[in-house]
Design a protein around this ligand. Structure first.
Ligand code: PLP
Length: 385
């Protein structure tokens, strides 16, 4: 029996029908510019205000602490560049981690060209960082700590509340990229105690091209996109009304569905225990501190790219690393950071499940994957040796 199984929800997710129907009026009759004074424009402005209130209450923030952006990458750029330049009089040292998404790492590279100094903390073989490591890295000239809540490749969840407390003990602001965490685990900015937090629509069943940045009241932050007076003069650009409405709806549904993540975790655990039975196979990253839908496995003696192609032919969509790095043949920096040698990083498979997946999907992956791995190994001179 052939079927299609989408197991790449960390790369992107389908737009849910409820999200789409909430958005549709803003592609049709409700096309007003939110800055216009007449009623058509005011209706758009009201839709944005409602979305902002909803997102704020779902995340434990105040409405005026939520800013809409075009994507997770923009939110990451804004938080990091904006905080770096706003705090330059205090110092130029920023702390982050080696296994951040490129939206963070490349932003830090750009800041280095402007004379900022960056310390990237190493992670252990499980993908974890301790508050003590952060404590040891903070200097008098540290002006920002940027650490992801959950890793996009191996799903590791960092102890953000404890890490933020360390930064705050030194009066250093703390930003977390929560693009992979939101919708998969509970996220509450007040409880976490972070100063800034980014999220992205397309990871939670809203469309690609919309995101948000939480900025705690009082956080020093320069603008990234100057323009009109939108977003309380903090982010120029006529608002993407339909997508903002979609983002709020998607977040509402994702949070309602959080209890279903127990089922997702059970499916992931079944995949993990069955796949582990394949010889010369190892699970990458911590199983304890991990997103419920994430599994990342290294198969020795095979190439991840060939595995993805054969899985695709069998109707299974998966990934060898983050979607952004699959175009390059460089091994994933995340897998290297937890100590995998190049060849094992190359032979790694990421399966990421969402609440849309079923037990039948898991059965299907477990039916197709082992013979594909065996077939690729038969062709590998290294395996035969
Ligand atoms: N941060 C993390 C952890 C991600 O996984 C991603 C996307 O893969 C991003 C940032 C970038 O988000 P966007 O695709 O919305 O720019």
């Amino acid at each position: 029996m052939s079927r299609f199984v989408y197991a790449d929800n960390a790369a992107t997710t389908s737009v849910s029908p409820e999200v789409l129907s909430a958005m549709l009026p803003y592609f049709g009759s409700e096309y007003g510019n939110p800055s216009s004074l007449y009623s058509l424009g005011r209706k758009s402005a009201e839709a944005i205000a409602e979305a902002r209130e909803k997102i704020a209450s779902l995340l434990g923030a105040k409405p005026n602490e939520i800013f809409f952006t075009s994507c997770g990458s923009e939110s990451d750029n804004w938080a990091i560049k904006g905080a770096a330049h706003a705090n330059i009089s205090k110092g130029k040292h920023i702390i982050s981690t080696v296994y951040e998404h490129h939206a963070v790492l490349h932003t830090l590279d750009a800041l280095k060209k402007d004379g900022f100094e960056v310390t990237l903390l190493e992670v252990d073989s499980e993908g974890l960082i301790t508050p003590e490591q952060l404590e040891a890295a903070i200097r008098p000239d540290t002006i920002l700590v940027a650490m992801m809540y959950a890793n996009n490749e191996i799903g590791t969840i960092l102890p953000i509340k404890e890490l933020a407390a360390v930064a705050h003990a030194h009066k250093v602001p703390f930003f977390t990229d929560a693009v992979q965490a939101v919708g998969n685990i509970p996220v509450n900015v007040a409880d976490l105690g972070v100063d800034m937090l980014s999220l992205s629509g397309h990871k939670i069943h809203a469309p690609k091209g919309v995101g948000a940045l939480y900025v705690k009241t009082g956080t020093r932050l320069h603008n990234l996109i100057d323009g009109g007076g939108q977003e309380r003069r903090r982010r120029g650009g006529t608002e993407n009304v339909a997508y903002i409405v979609g983002l709020a709806k998607a977040l509402e549904i994702a949070i309602e569905q959080l209890p279903d993540m127990e089922r997702v975790k059970k499916m992931r655990d079944r995949l993990a225990s069955e796949i582990s039975k394949i010889p010369a196979t190892r699970i990458n990253g911590s199983m304890e501190h991990r997103l419920p839908g994430n599994l990342n496995v290294a198969f020795e003696f095979i190439e991840g790219e060939s595995l993805i192609l054969l899985l695709d032919m069998a109707g299974i969509a998966a990934s060898t690393g983050s979607a952004c790095s699959t175009a390059s043949l460089e091994p994933s920096h995340v897998l290297l950071s937890i100590g995998l040698p190049h060849e094992k990083a190359h032979g790694s498979l990421r399966l990421t499940l969402s609440h849309e997946n079923t037990d039948e999907d898991v059965d299907y992956i477990l039916e197709k994957l082992p013979p594909i791995v065996a077939r690729l190994r038969e062709m590998s001179p290294l395996y035969n040796n």
